[in-house]
Write a protein of this length. Structure first.
Length: 291
């Protein structure tokens, strides 16, 4: 996605906060921040890509701080929070079948994106449960997506954040148990923000219902020049891609990586919301199918 003016302070704020949150001494943090500003500047231009700039910035943070996985503790905490209420969530949806269950699982997958560093998650389990079941889709193509999963041979599921991946697993399991489609789940190969790593996906058990693929990269999205060639080929050739989160959506706007794609995300900022015709904070299940 081409950068908007407000994207620059947004990306800078997030990356500088990551440096601030490291265990470095104050003088070391200031030195790292100074070098970060100096090194990121050449990559900022009116034609810059939001997700590529974010990727470059995150790599600089790791390089300048020596911290390979700045979100490690946060990822563990968000996964624990989601896992702690999983039993209650399963109980609430146990009576649902077919499309009704599919739509509810899509909602859970999207709404659980609230477990994100950019969103305070100091809510109680009851508050989180209420958020997860909030029926707030501003673009609702769930019927079209549901119909599509029964007509295709191969589905790629692009994971986004830890925490919400607990609920992504429920959706992947539903597709596996109710269709004949072969499912491939794609996770990051190296740390990028709080995204799911291949090793995280293994621990959660995605391999029970799908074939796990690694991007072998820390790029924010599936760019052909950044991720594993084999994984990129799988994504390009899949009959349907289910793409979670804003970064994967923004990467698609830069370089479309699939003909038939379902975007499941929360539009957290004005540029992304505007591109979808919704308001910031709205939830979206948008199906784009090549005619």
């Amino acid at each position: 996605m081409r950068i908007w003016p407000q994207c620059i302070p947004c990306i800078m704020k997030v990356r500088l906060q990551e440096i601030q949150d490291t265990p470095l001494q104050n003088d070391q943090k200031i030195e790292a921040m100074t070098k970060f500003i100096e090194k990121i500047q050449p990559y900022i231009s009116p034609n810059a890509s939001t997700v590529r700039l974010a990727t470059i910035g995150f790599r600089l943070v790791k390089e300048l701080t020596g911290v390979e996985d700045p979100y490690k503790i946060y990822k563990e905490e968000s996964t624990m929070i989601a896992s702690n209420i999983l039993g209650k969530i399963k109980e609430r949806i146990s009576g649902l079948k077919g499309y009704k269950k599919f739509r509810q699982l899509v909602l859970l997958s999207i709404n659980s994106n609230m477990l994100d560093p950019g969103t305070p998650y100091n809510f109680t389990p009851d508050e989180l449960e209420q958020i997860l079941f909030d029926d707030n889709l501003k673009i609702d193509h769930t019927k079209e997506i549901f119909q599509e999963i029964f007509t295709v041979n191969e589905i790629i599921y692009l994971l986004d954040n830890c925490g919400e991946a607990v609920f992504d697993l429920l959706l992947v399991k539903f597709i596996r148990e109710n269709t004949s489609a072969k499912i491939f789940v794609v996770a990051k190969g190296k740390p990028y923000q709080n995204d799911v790593l291949y090793s995280d996906a293994l621990r959660l058990g995605f391999q029970k219902y799908a074939l796990l693929l690694s991007t072998e990269s820390d790029a924010a999205g599936p760019f052909p020049d950044e991720i594993s060639k084999d994984t990129m080929e799988k994504i390009k050739n899949a009959d349907l891609v289910i793409s979670k989160g804003m970064a994967n959506y923004e990467a698609y706007l830069d370089e479309p990586y699939s003909k038939n794609i379902a975007f499941l995300l929360k539009a957290k900022c004005i540029p992304v919301a505007t591109s979808l015709g919704v308001n910031p904070g709205d939830s979206v299940a948008y199906f784009k199918k090549l005619k």
